[in-house]
Structures are given as structure tokens and as C-alpha cells.
Design a protein around this ligand. Structure first.
Ligand code: ADP
Length: 635
């Protein structure tokens, strides 16, 4: 008999299972029952259109039996079964290699996080068993096969006997140790409570023969001896352990917070508790039950192309799609959950589903629910909302920007930005409500971090006026703000914009006069920097700094950085403006050099000031060596 080797990745996952110190080893039962239920689902689905299956809904069953003497636990189903090839492919290779990838990328030593976060499936049996035997017969096949393995050394597949389609999994449990009690998984009450805890909603009965005890009935005609100790006898009862009612079909008042959280963890493999959940029962234009969850942390692949959004879709209790993307708009792609509707036909194909009118109605209603839940959270549970914002705010900002701003009205009230006031998060509504009477604009500044923005010379004037500034630190922020343009009739204004609406007309006149007075000097400087800036002007916003760099036109310096980081050949350049502080002593110095007619020296000063402005902006200077040489020369 040939011993086959596991695929390398599977072997690693298997090793992880075998050596796991995961405290919830009990989940192996949930995994096996869930597989059995999936297998039955497949055959049941088939039976709806294929009479040859010969089974009706009531015939399907998952059976558990424990044998204390042999230390074995059996899980049997009469589902679709596996062919020899499927045994080889499904159990020899693990499908869910995402978990391993995650482990290696994140250098996790703690297996429990992975086991908790992903469905580890069939291999979890090796957390509690030294040997696993799977006997399976695929529906429609006349041969059965047995897959056996004692762990990493490999597995064998041989022919076996089995009457009907389905799968029987036998676990030979590990010996108990000081720390681990595996025998508990042979205890009928323990098994029953595990099924209740993890698999209660499974739609097919999970049955077990339970041994109970009862007082022996007194034989007819005899009188009970009142003084004798009562006699007991064992009897066996076939019990269905699960209630089979899916959680979402239960009444809300029957359910506790724990039930929802449990369900979430096991269904969506999220180790962290959800931030929020909603149990929706909708009637009217759309009839559906839904369970919606907002995770507390973004999944590791959330902001990557690999992430697949979607809700599970059921038609009257039967799963028809695992991730129905059409039920969620992109900006709410973080929501997990399921929808069960009577309005959808079971036999609908995926292609048809996309165009299904009823599905669109449901999707709209779900979107509204999510939006309302978020608004409620923002209003009543501020801390939670900020946690949500940190995990998924970026996605909402993408939502503002994408589709040409089509959804901005729906999303703008959910936005938050860091404020210059104590660097707290504020909503746009809070900002506008706190605006001073004389304040015309919503001011914002961009940069890598709030700390860096705080030091930008461009923020000085706005702050001196006592106005709040929104600090935009994500790449997408300024694009989102530009899409919004205004909020509650207040226009957004960058602190580097030309017209901040803060200068008195006298001040502006004064600057203008000074610019005319020094036009020769400004021209010389601009000529020296002609390949770098479009203008050199006198600034009205600078207080203590000698220079700063701003831009004119639609593209800001920050946007230039973002756009140029994208993988295209076309490089975009903001139109840069070098602003000089006319009150600064450096400017007096420039004037002196100009009067002395030393154009060459003035050119060098221009380079120096430009580079200095770049550094303040947090941008790199084009030629650091030249810059350094210049400093030495002029010092
Ligand atoms: P997952 O269930 O996440 O796909 P598992 O490791 O639990 O991963 O199972 C691997 C595959 O083995 C399943 O996708 C399924 O095709 C098959 N399988 C497992 N258990 C059964 C079963 N009881 N009946 C039929 N097929 C099964």
C-alpha cells in the first residue's frame, strides 16, 4: 500500500495543527459538522432537480457517535461524498492556503490567531486525533474509498465498502495529558453542548444516540417496595442536538448578544469581536432577514485586490451564493453578513442574479440599514465609531472620490478628519458648527502626519486667526475634499491657496505695492528658478518663516506626490509658487544684494531658498550635493 505525501503547504498546516496549543481545540467538531452540512447541501440541492437522488429533505442527517472503549469519535453524513480523486485533492492539499500566507507575511508565532481568523477546516481534526480515517462514497459512484492518516507522515487511500453515498469520519483521539483532556470529546453531554454552541443553526439534524437513565418501572401486578433503594435502568434515545433554526430566523428577543457574536466568529472566522451587528427583518417592498456585522479590524487583505466583498445569500434558508457582491456598495465592502430572502428563486443563476430586480431592491434597503447604523453609532457611541473610522474610514473616503462623486451626499456625514484643535477627530458637521461667524471657509492642510502639518509655515496665518484646520494625512484625502468642494455651503480651502479670505484689503494693497517696488528683484529670482517654479511672489501668509512653497491651479503639491507615486509614465507637476516673507530679514538681505547688482549671488540665494522650501514641505531636493556646496559657499 502506497503512502502518499501531503503537499508542502498542507504539511505545514498539519504540523501547525498537531503542535497547536490553541485553547479552543473543540472547534474541530464544528469544522467537521460544517463540512458534513456542506456536503449534504450539495446533494440536497441536486435532489431538487434530480429525482434519481431519491432522498427528500427529511432523510438527510449528520450523525455523531462516540465509543469510549476504543476512544473513537465518528461523524457521518449522507451528503455528496467524495471520489477517490476528490479524497486525494481535497484532503491531501489544503484549499485555504491563505492562512499560511498570512502567517508567513505577518510572522505570527501564535497559531491561535490564525486558527481563530480562518476556517482551518478538516485538518483541525489533528488537534485532537492521532489518527483520522475517512470512508467516503461519492454520489453516483459505485465504489467507496478509505483515506487514512496519522499526521505529517502521509496518508493512504484504499478501496472500501460503503452502501450509500456520504462520508464517515473516524477520529482516534489522542491520549490525555496533564494539560489536555481529550476524553471529554467522548462524553455525550459535552458533545451535545458543543453542537449547541457552534452548530445549532445547521439546517440538517445532527443526531446522536444518547444514553439516559430512568427509574426501573415496577412490573405489573407487583407493589413497589417503598423501603428499597430505587432501581435505575439505562435507555437509549436518538436525539437531535441542534435546533436547526438559523439564527437569523429566530426572534430577536430569543437571542442574546453572545449568540450573535458567536455566530459571527464561527461563520466569518473573525477572532475579534464585531464592533456592531444588526439583525434586520424587513417586510414590504423587499422581504428578507439579514444579519449584518461591522468588523472591529480590517482583514489583513482588506485594502488589496484580493479582498472580495459580499454577503452570503440564502433563498429561504438555502445558501445560493457565498459572497454576493451585488448586495454591497464598494464603500461598505467591509460589512460581513448574510441575507435570506423568500423573494429570490432558488434556481437563479449567478448571471441572472445580477440583473434581478428584487435583488437590487434588497441591496438598496441593506445599504440604507448600514448607513443608518453607522450614523447611529457616530451619534451614540463615539468611541466605537472612531475605532470603526480608523479601520475603515479610508474606504469611505474612496467612496466619496470614486464614481465621480456620485455618492458623496450619502457619505459626507460619516467622514472624520483630524482637527488642529487638540488633534481630535471631528466630523464636517462638527467643524462647520464650530466655525466663527467671520469664517468663510473650511480650511485644510495636507501632509504626512498631523505633527508634520502642524509645523508647516502655510498654516500660520489661519491659525493666527484662531480658525480650526483639518489635517489631511491620507493620500486620498485631498482628492475626496476636492470632490466634495463644499459642505453645508461652506467651501473647502487649502491653507496654501492664494485667497484665504483672511487678508484685509489694506494688507493686500500693501503687498501689491511692495511687489511692484521689488519687481526687478522678484524677476531675477524667478528667472533663476524658471525650470522649477512658475512664480515668485511676496507672501501674506508667512509670519516667522522666510519662505514657503505653494501651488496654483487644481493640482496641489500633495496631489502631485500621490499622482506621481502611481505606476504610470506620465509625470504630473503642480504649478509651484515660491512665496517670500517680505517682513523677514532674509528678504532685506536679498534686497541689499539686488541693490549691489550681484545677480549671480541672487541666483544662488534663489536656489537655496527654493530647496529650503522643499525641505519644509517634506519633499526631497533634487540635488543635495549642489545644495550642500551652495551653503558652504555662501556661509
Ligand atoms: P473547506 O471546507 O474550507 O473547503 P476543509 O479542509 O474543511 O476546507 O475541506 C476540504 C474539502 O474537502 C472541502 O471543500 C470538501 O470538498 C471536502 N470535504 C470535507 N469534508 C467533506 C464531507 N464530509 N463530505 C464531502 N466532502 C468533504
Amino acid at each position: 500500500m502506497e503512502t502518499k505525501q501531503f503537499k508542502a503547504e498542507s504539511k505545514r498546516l498539519l504540523e501547525m495543527m498537531i503542535h497547536s496549543i490553541y485553547t479552543h481545540k473543540e472547534i474541530f467538531l464544528r469544522e467537521l459538522i460544517s463540512n458534513a452540512s456542506d456536503a449534504i447541501d450539495k446533494l440536497y440541492f441536486r435532489s431538487l432537480t434530480d429525482d434519481k437522488v431519491g432522498l427528500s429533505k427529511e432523510d438527510f442527517v449528520i450523525r455523531i457517535s462516540a465509543d469510549k472503549d476504543n476512544r473513537t469519535l465518528k461523524i457521518t453524513d449522507n451528503g455528496i461524498g467524495m471520489t477517490e480523486e476528490e479524497l486525494e485533492n481535497n484532503l491531501g492539499t489544503i484549499a485555504n492556503s491563505g492562512s499560511l500566507k498570512f502567517k508567513s507575511e505577518n510572522k505570527l508565532d501564535d497559531d491561535s490567531q490564525i486558527i481563530g481568523q480562518f476556517g482551518v477546516g478538516f485538518y483541525s481534526a489533528f488537534m485532537v486525533a492521532k489518527k483520522v480515517t475517512v470512508v467516503s462514497k461519492a454520489y453516483g459512484s459505485d465504489k467507496a474509498y478509505m483515506w487514512e492518516s496519522e499526521g505529517v507522515d502521509g496518508y493512504t487511500i484504499t478501496e472500501a465498502d460503503k452502501d450509500s453515498a456520504g462520508t464517515e469520519i473516524t477520529l482516534e483521539l489522542l491520549e490525555d495529558t496533564e494539560d489536555e483532556n481529550y476524553s471529554e470529546f467522548l462524553d455525550q453531554y459535552r458533545i451535545r453542548s458543543l453542537v449547541k454552541k457552534y452548530s445549532d443553526y445547521i439546517r440538517f439534524p445532527v443526531k446522536m444516540e444518547m444514553t439516559h437513565s430512568r427509574p426501573k418501572p415496577v412490573p405489573e401486578g407487583e407493589k413497589a417496595d417503598e423501603n428499597a433503594a430505587p432501581e435505575y435502568e439505562d435507555y437509549i434515545e436518538d436525539e437531535t442536538l441542534n435546533s436547526m433554526v438559523p439564527l437569523w430566523k429566530k426572534n430577536k428577543n430569543e437571542l442574546k448578544e453572545e449568540d450573535y457574536k458567536h455566530f459571527y466568529a464561527e461563520k466569518f472566522f473573525d477572532y475579534n469581536e464585531p464592533l456592531k451587528y444588526a439583525h434586520v427583518k424587513n417586510e414590504g417592498t423587499a422581504n428578507y432577514n439579514a444579519l449584518l456585522y461591522i468588523p472591529s479590524k480590517a482583514p489583513f487583505d482588506f485594502y488589496s485586490k484580493e479582498y472580495e466583498k459580499g454577503l452570503q445569500l440564502y433563498s429561504n434558508g438555502v445558501l445560493i451564493m457565498d459572497k454576493c457582491a451585488d448586495l454591497l456598495p464598494d464603500y461598505f465592502s467591509f460589512v460581513k453578513g448574510l441575507v435570506d430572502s423568500e423573494d429570490l428563486s432558488l434556481n437563479i443563476s449567478r448571471e441572472m442574479l445580477q440583473h434581478d430586480r428584487q435583488l437590487k431592491v434588497i441591496a438598496k434597503s441593506i445599504e440604507k440599514t448600514i448607513s443608518n447604523e453607522l450614523k447611529k453609532m457616530l451619534k451614540n457611541e463615539r468611541e466605537k465609531y472612531e475605532e470603526f473610522w480608523k479601520a475603515f474610514g479610508l474606504q469611505l473616503k474612496y467612496g466619496i472620490y470614486s464614481d465621480y462623486g456620485m455618492n458623496k451626499e450619502k457619505l459626507q456625514d460619516l467622514l472624520m478628519f483630524t482637527s488642529s484643535n487638540e488633534k481630535k477627530l471631528v466630523t464636517l458637521d462638527e467643524y462647520v458648527t464650530g466655525m466663527r461667524e467671520e469664517q468663510k471657509f473650511i480650511y485644510y492642510a495636507t501632509g504626512e502626519t498631523a505633527e508634520k502639518i502642524e509645523m508647516l509655515p502655510q498654516t500660520e496665518l489661519v491659525k493666527d486667526n484662531g480658525f480650526e484646520i483639518l489635517y489631511l494625512t491620507d493620500n486620498i484625502d485631498e482628492f475626496a475634499i476636492k470632490t466634495l468642494r463644499s459642505y453645508k455651503d461652506k467651501e473647502f480651502k487649502s491653507v496654501s491657496a492664494d485667497d484665504l479670505g483672511l487678508e484685509s484689503s489694506e494688507k493686500q494693497e500693501e503687498i501689491k505695492a511692495k511687489e511692484e517696488e521689488n519687481s526687478g528683484l522678484l524677476k531675477t529670482l524667478a528667472d533663476a528658478l524658471s525650470d522649477k517654479v512658475s512664480k515668485v511672489i511676496l507672501s501674506h501668509r508667512l509670519k516667522s518663516h522666510p519662505v514657503c512653497l505653494t501651488s496654483e491651479g487644481e493640482i496641489s503639491l500633495e496631489m502631485e506626490k500621490v499622482l506621481n507615486a502611481m505606476p504610470t509614465d506620465q509625470k504630473i507637476k503642480a504649478q509651484r509658487v515660491l512665496e517670500l516673507n517680505p517682513e523677514h530679514e532674509i528678504f532685506a538681505k536679498l534686497k541689499a544684494i539686488d541693490s549691489a547688482g550681484d545677480k549671480d549671488k541672487l541666483g544662488k540665494y534663489a536656489q537655496l531658498l527654493y530647496n529650503q522650501a522643499l525641505l519644509i514641505e517634506g519633499m526631497s531636493i533634487e540635488n543635495p550635493v549642489e545644495f550642500s556646496n551652495l551653503i558652504c559657499e555662501l556661509m
